[in-house]
Design a protein around this ligand. Structure first.
Ligand code: KIV
Ligand code: ZN
Length: 561
């Protein structure tokens, strides 16, 4: 930013809490979860969900395991009201799920809200009013603290008085001092205490106090200090469930929530994949899977994360970014060759270790969790782009196509294929890598081609072979003949006898190709030109001997670009 622009901004004041305890705590259990996808998430969509889409999303949330679901703002619009009624009247709410409805502390809206929940087995009525100095000044026209506190108290009284009008519904009460994150802590506390005085909670009948980072103005440690301060100073703390509701304006909604839990909160509101106003709400998937990755059960089931993402993307018409923790398309994909190599070694080693002890702790380089635990597969892990380094191509050829290239061949093949990826400006699929490998390195037949051959094993001389072959050299057919202590050696001598003497064979490997429908052999021959150049060629053929000859011819051809 330009220095003159910077003059507009001020540091966020720290919380005076020198004896804060949260930094030394460790998360050892999951909070209560409340999804606000159908309210905070929905109201932030360019095209809000239809009732049918909300129903599908509600069912998805139930399947994941949410026991508290904010279903909307029923007093705000007819469709919101109707959605809530459908859930109740069509018995769509599982008996262990509590719906939550949000409403401002305004009389006619609160009355309508109670109409909306009538008949539900259990419902959380969530009232809020905005409390920060900025909101008091700008939105409420310089309202005083007392006036703002009275708005909360009036709303709380009305709610208390309306509870008996829904006798079949167990009502749980929730209050949010909206804009808590930039409200003076003593004033947030004053509002919460005033509401508690009206609602008179008890340990066996708790209320929920939701302390939202409506806008994330500060670093996550400040949020944690605010939460610890509130937990410490709240009278009758044991009668309140302290709830977090972070947004993500500074990109640290997840961190703020995790530190807020360390600071004593009991409950978390958020959305799948962090949808919500501006930069979004807290991403519950990330926080829950972060807990899982430390061995903590959460009650939420993300075993089929791709399936959950697919429903989410369809009904919200949003896209989960490729780098989204856990859910993004690319998060279990390593492009860097050294990462690919380390992951491969880690997975191979883990396979060995778990065979001996299935309980061995997870430990694979670069993978914080086992992708399979959330429905992701290993196949996608290795992908190739121009940044992948040499090992990646060889790894794909080996793992996906059964070609075990000699180590010293990796740089030659890797470089050529990365150059292709670079020229295309995109990554290559495993099939494209195989095609490129074949096009550039396998069974090359120009200018030299081997048409047929015969090997005659010399009786009495162990390993001694005569090679009779027909080759095409620059289009001219030649019969060639040579002796050697193996097929390759004999063929080399045959070529030499025909005047092709400017090279020697320096290495040779062969193996049966794994997988693949046709039972083929692969051979790799390294040759050195008299000018010092060393090159590998490969041959693939049903006959292992022919594969070797083709590999040699390929290497010979590669010496003559
Ligand atoms: O972000 C917020 O403060 C809210 C409240 C209504 C809880 O969504
Ligand atoms: Zn919100």
């Amino acid at each position: 930013m330009h220095p003159t622009s910077l003059r507009k901004y001020r540091p966020f004041p720290p919380v005076p809490l020198p004896d804060r305890t949260w930094p030394d705590r460790v998360l050892d259990r999951a909070p209560e979860w409340c999804s606000v996808d159908l309210r905070d998430g929905n109201q932030a969509l360019p095209q809000p969900m239809s009732v049918e889409e909300k129903l599908e999303f509600f069912e998805l949330l139930c399947r994941i395991g949410f026991k508290q679901i904010e279903v909307g703002f029923p007093s705000a619009a007819e469709t919101e009201f109707n959605f809530c009624r459908r859930l109740i009247e069509e018995n769509r709410i599982p008996s262990d799920v509590t719906i939550q409805v949000l409403v401002q502390t305004r009389e006619h809206l609160i009355r309508k809200t109670f109409e909306a929940i009538n008949g539900a087995k259990r419902a959380i009525v969530h009232i809020y009013n905005s409390t920060s100095p900025l909101q008091r000044r700008v939105t409420f026209g310089d309202a005083t603290r007392e006036q703002i506190r009275d708005i909360a108290v009036d709303g709380a009284r009305l709610v208390r008085n309306l509870v008996p009008t829904v006798p079949d519904t167990e009502v749980v009460l929730q209050y949010s001092p909206e804009s808590f994150s930039d409200t003076e802590l003593d004033f947030s506390l004053e509002c919460c205490h005033a509401v508690m005085d009206v609602w008179q909670p008890a340990p066996e009948q708790k209320i929920i106090l939701n302390l939202p980072a409506t806008v994330e103005w500060a670093t996550p440690n400040v949020h944690a200090d605010q939460i610890e301060w509130m937990c410490r100073n709240l009278k009758n703390r044991e009668s309140a469930i302290i709830s977090l509701h972070t947004h993500n304006d500074r990109g640290t909604g997840v961190a703020a929530t995790e530190l807020g839990l360390l600071a004593g909160a009991d409950r978390v509101e958020g959305t799948l994949f962090g949808n919500g106003e501006r930069t979004g709400n807290l991403d519950i998937v990330t926080v829950a899977l972060n807990l899982n990755s430390h061995g903590i059960a959460t009650g939420l089931d993300f075993a089929d994360l791709p399936g959950i993402r697919a429903v989410y993307e369809r009904v919200t018409r949003l896209i989960v970014p490729e780098r989204q923790p856990y859910a993004g398309e690319l998060v279990f994909t390593a492009f860097s060759g050294s990462h690919q190599d380390a992951i491969k070694k880690g997975l191979d080693r883990r396979a060995m270790e778990t065979a001996a002890d299935p309980g061995v702790p997870w430990g694979v380089p670069y993978l914080t969790i086992d992708p399979q635990d959330i429905g992701r597969s290993y196949e996608a892990i290795i992908r190739i782009n121009s940044q992948s380094g040499k090992g990646g191509v060889a790894y794909v050829l080996d793992r996906e196509h059964g070609f075990d290239l000699p180590k010293t061949m990796h740089p030659q093949v890797g470089k050529r294929i990365y150059d292709l990826a670079d020229a295309l400006g995109r990554e290559l699929s495993a099939d494209e890598i195989r095609e490129s490998f074949f096009r550039e390195f396998v069974n090359l037949s120009s200018p030299l081609d081997v048409i047929d051959y015969e090997l005659i094993h010399q009786s009495g001389e162990r390993g001694r072979v005569q090679c009779l072959a027909s080759v095409l050299n620059h289009g001219n057919e030649q019969r060639i003949e040579g002796f050697g202590n193996g097929p390759i050696n004999a063929f080399v001598h045959a070529l030499e006898n025909a005047g092709m003497k400017d090279f020697k064979v320096t290495d040779y490997r062969s193996h049966a190709v794994r997988g693949g429908s046709d039972a083929s052999a692969a051979a790799y021959v390294q040759v050195q030109h008299d000018d010092g150049r060393l090159l590998w060629g490969a041959g693939v053929d049903p006959s292992i001997e022919m594969a070797g000859l083709k590999a040699l011819v390929t290497a010979w051809n590669l010496l003559r670009p």
